[in-house]
Design a protein around this ligand. Sequence first.
Ligand SMILES: [Fe+2]
Length: 207
Amino acid sequence: MIVEPGIGRVDVESGQLQGATNRYVKTFRDLAGLYRDEAAFDRLLAQRGGDTAYEVTDYKPSANAGDMIIGVTRMEAGKVGDEYFMTRGHIHARPNRPEMYYGEAGVGVMLLESPDGQIRTLEIRTRTMCYVPPFWIHRSVNVGAEPLVMTFAYPADSGQDYDIIAKAGGMRSRIVDDGQGGWKAIENDLYLSRPQSLVDSIMANRD
Ligand SMILES: [Fe+2]
């Protein structure tokens, strides 16, 4: 059966895709365990625990191999201690699937980590396209003062695996305030390198 073509307007102001078939929200309470400064996180929870940290609206025609999911993500601006607001992050459940992000508003950093622990940081500004290659764990970080809005597209059968980050004590780097209105990547002291056997099993996924 042939799939019907689709179109959706990106509402940059609300950070939503109009005509989306799916929407999910992460509140600050949903992000427990991500941030290094637990006391600062507890203070955030006390004030804004039920508020939306980030929201995704997407258009998912099917989950078939060869099909594509398109959508919009919007993340609040702010910090927990000196660490900028971020998404949970994931590797694709089929890890050899790529992704594309495009900056619509605000300033973001795509934090990428390979299974063997290499780190890359890519700053995403308005009208910037960001390519996330296959096999890279990825998390977006809002390093600006305004909401970060990005559009994205990825293969419909990619899936998401969030545990890979949790099991390693987080990603290898954290994105923090550099004290001069910008950002810098620092080492995450809780990070645990993956055993080579696990790296090999992830990299063997080529279907
Ligand atoms: Fe992804």
